[in-house]
Design a protein around this ligand. Structure first.
Ligand code: NAP
Length: 248
């Protein structure tokens, strides 16, 4: 049976590296994106160039109607879903908690909590043996922030990843008997564009040298662990967290 993976936010950063690696491992890949169509198209082109199968589908994962349309596109264009990577996520300008307002909190919860919940639900309805599916795997892209708290930077982001950790555990136990494994990776400081959203594009280069391994990580290093958690190599692993933070 062909493995079919949906990677939310698969056009850039960690999601793009994961999509390329999945394509190379002969998964049929759906690269979801919200707005950056060119980047998603470039990832799809790379996968096809290497002999793989991929499609790009625009959808904002915070909107349930768009999530339904996204999963329907996977059904129609790639076949039965066997894997989901809840990778899409965001953060905003570094500040203290006492400077956060209601609108920002709503945006962070929507992108980093509601999106993964909606996508996980849609994936379970397709993969669970309870619904006639053949099982599968879900990997949530959490963050080292969930255990560090991100003081003076973005406690809201850290807390949203804490919620994702709780969801990972709860859902893993809910569907453990239905053929679905649910795990999470918790990357540390990785070289992607996300740090620019916080107002500090050079954050990894500033903090990296002070980390135990003396450097930030690359998206490809995270992709390897995500693919491990999707694969049969981790067949007895569920509700687990892989800390990918260079010892941080
Ligand atoms: P990135 O380069 O900024 O990429 C984020 C991706 O998420 C983009 O493809 C973006 O789509 C997509 N996205 C954001 N909101 C979306 C929405 N509502 N619907 C659909 N797609 C959406 O970030 P990254 O660093 O690769 O981050 C990927 C994941 O890793 C995130 O969950 C992040 O929290 C986590 N993480 C990153 C680090 C790090 O240091 N980089 C560390 C720990 C955890 P568009 O391209 O269309 O804008």
């Amino acid at each position: 049976m062909a493995e079919v993976v949906l990677i939310t936010g698969g056009g850039r950063g960690i999601g793009a590296a994961t999509a390329r690696l999945a394509g190379a491992r002969r998964y049929r890949v759906c690269v979801n994106y919200r707005s950056d169509e060119a980047s998603a198209a470039a990832v799809v082109a790379d996968i096809r160039q290497a002999g793989g199968t991929a499609v790009a589908v625009r959808a904002d994962v915070t909107r349930s109607a768009e999530v339904e349309r996204l999963f329907a596109a996977v059904d129609a264009e790639l076949g039965p879903l066997t894997a989901l990577v809840n990778n899409a996520g965001t953060l905003e300008r570094q500040c203290r908690l006492d400077e956060l307002d209601e609108d920002r909190l709503a945006r962070i919860w929507a992108a980093n909590i509601t999106g993964p919940f909606l996508c996980a639900g849609a994936a379970v309805r397709r993969m669970s043996t309870r619904y006639g599916g053949k099982g599968g795997a879900i990997v949530n892209v959490s963050s080292a922030a969930s255990r560090l708290g991100s003081p003076n930077e973005y406690v809201d982001y850290a807390a949203s990843k804490g919620a994702l950790d709780s969801m990972t555990l709860g859902l893993a136990l809910e569907v453990a008997g239905e053929g679905i494994r649910v795990n999470a990776v918790r990357p540390g400081l990785i070289h992607t564009d996300i740090h620019a959203l916080g107002g500090e594009p050079g954050r990894v280069d500033r903090v990296g040298p002070g980390l135990p391994m003396g450097r930030g990580g690359e998206p490809e290093e995270i992709a390897e662990s995500i693919l491990f958690l999707l694969s049969p190599a981790s067949s007895y692993t569920t509700g687990a967290f892989l800390d990918l933070a260079g010892g941080r």
